[in-house]
Design a protein around this ligand. Structure first.
Ligand SMILES: [Zn+2]
Length: 113
């Protein structure tokens, strides 16, 4: 998540083959765009601003890092907040490889993935 290279359209769109496949399926939609249509669906957008996950964000993450004076990348370097962020991303079910996990799943610092 810190690098932004995660299976979200904001990153996948930088891979030409993925982008071409998405544009073939729907030529009128920017493949990187989030379903909220406010921005590209990348790590920063999902973690901090996407209105689709406002309630989940507050419940799992608490106040956004901007309110604590930290950048989102700084925030992800802190073990406690990084675990919360990983749990949040899993609970959004945006990453296809984790959709089979139960909704009650929580990331941990001991690496139970
Ligand atoms: Zn969004």
């Amino acid at each position: 998540m810190q690098t932004g290279k995660i299976g979200l359209p904001g990153y996948l769109n930088t891979i030409p083959r993925w982008r071409e496949e998405q544009l073939e399926a729907n030529p009128l939609r920017d493949p990187a765009r989030c379903s909220c249509d406010i921005g590209n669906q990348d790590t920063q957008h999902v973690l901090l601003t996407c209105p689709c996950f406002t309630n989940l964000r507050l419940r799992v993450l608490g106040p956004p890092p901007a309110r604590t004076g930290m950048t989102w990348k700084d925030w992800l370097t802190k073990p406690a907040s990084a675990v919360k962020a990983a749990t949040f991303i899993l609970k959004t079910r945006l990453l296809g490889q984790f959709r089979a996990l139960p909704n009650t799943f929580q990331a941990s610092r001991t690496g139970n993935l």
